[in-house]
Write a new protein. Structure first.
Length: 146
C-alpha cells in the first residue's frame, strides 16, 4: 500500500506507509487491552500494545521491543490477526499479530493508564481506537477457541 502526493515540482511521489504493529497478547481465552494515556485526543481509548516499526527493524522485533518497553514482558509473536488497516489517510498501516507471554511474565502498565484482560464476550466493553475495529472482530473467534 502506498500513498501518492505531488512534490514541489508537481510530480507525483510514492511513499511507503509507516507501519504500526500491535500485539494481541492472548492468555486463557482473554486478550490484553491497554488504555492510552496520551495524547489527549485519544487518552482513555483502548489499543493493543505496540508502536511504529523503526527503520531497519522487523515487525516481530518491533513488537518484542514495544512489549518490553510498555509492559515489561517478554513475548512470542504468532500469526497475524485480521487485515492491514489503513490509518491517517493511508500514511500509516496497522498490523496486529497474536502473541503469548513467555516465562510467566505479567504485564505492568508502564505507559498505559490501565490494562484489562478481555474475554470474547467482553471485547465491546471498552472503546477501542477506531482503526482497531476490524482487528477486534477477527479476534472474537480466536478467543472463543483459545
Ligand atoms: N500501538 C497501537 N497503536 C495504534 C493502535 N490502533 C491505532 O490506531 N494506533 C495508532 C495510534 C498512534 O497514532 C499510532 C501508534 O503510535 P505510537 O505513538 O503508539 O507509536 P510509538 O510507540 O512508536 O511512539 P512514538 O514514535 O510516538 O514515540 O497508531 C493499536 O491498537 N496499537
Amino acid at each position: 500500500m502506498r500513498t501518492e502526493r505531488a512534490n514541489e515540482s508537481g510530480q507525483t511521489e510514492r511513499r511507503d506507509p509507516k507501519v504500526v504493529v500491535g500485539a494481541a497478547i492472548i492468555a486463557d481465552g482473554r486478550v490484553l487491552a491497554c488504555a492510552r494515556s496520551a495524547p489527549p485526543e485519544v487518552a482513555g481509548m483502548w489499543e493493543f500494545p505496540g508502536g511504529k516499526v523503526e527503520p531497519g527493524e522487523s515487525e516481530t522485533a518491533a513488537l518484542v521491543r514495544e512489549c518490553a518497553e510498555e509492559l515489561a514482558v517478554r513475548v512470542e509473536i504468532g500469526d497475524r490477526v485480521g487485515r492491514n488497516v489503513r490509518m491517517a489517510h493511508g500514511r500509516s498501516v496497522l498490523k496486529v499479530y497474536a502473541a503469548r507471554l513467555l516465562h510467566g511474565d505479567r504485564p505492568k502498565a508502564l505507559e498505559h493508564s490501565a490494562l484489562r484482560w478481555l474475554s470474547a464476550a467482553e471485547l465491546d466493553t471498552v472503546t477501542w481506537l477506531p482503526a482497531d475495529a476490524p482487528i477486534v472482530a477477527a479476534l472474537r473467534p480466536l478467543l472463543a477457541a483459545d
